[in-house]
Design a protein around this ligand. Structure first.
Ligand SMILES: [Zn+2]
Length: 113
């Protein structure tokens, strides 16, 4: 499952940060999830709860912000907003829009103590 792999990568990042910074626990994790990343936020939250259970992040609050998607339309040459991959262009209805932003998930920051 895609969300479980993402959750494990978030924990890996937290463990790396802990080795460098030596904090005792994580109070909050702020994630930015691209609208085109294909991430189910509720599924991701469930997976994070599982992988965080035995870690310094077990009590962490998880905040998810959605980053808007956008792409470049090869038909009309404009940069356009996208809310789904492979959606038609909202300006010219052309089918050849290449996603350029909003395909990834990243950890924006950690609140630690
Ligand atoms: Zn277009």
């Amino acid at each position: 499952m895609h969300e479980m792999a993402l959750a494990e990568s978030v924990l890996g990042l937290i463990e790396d940060a802990r080795r460098r910074q030596g904090f005792a626990r994580v109070r909050a994790v702020r994630l930015e999830i691209g609208a085109l990343a294909g991430v189910e936020v509720e599924a991701l939250r469930s997976c994070l709860a599982i992988v965080f259970e035995r870690s310094v992040a077990r009590a962490a609050r998880i905040e998810c912000a959605i980053a808007p998607g956008s792409g470049y339309c090869l038909d009309c040459g404009q940069t356009v907003a996208m809310d789904a991959l492979y959606a038609a262009c909202p300006r010219c209805a052309g089918p050849h829009v290449q996603a350029t932003h909003g395909m990834q998930m990243r950890v924006r920051d950690l609140m630690v103590e």
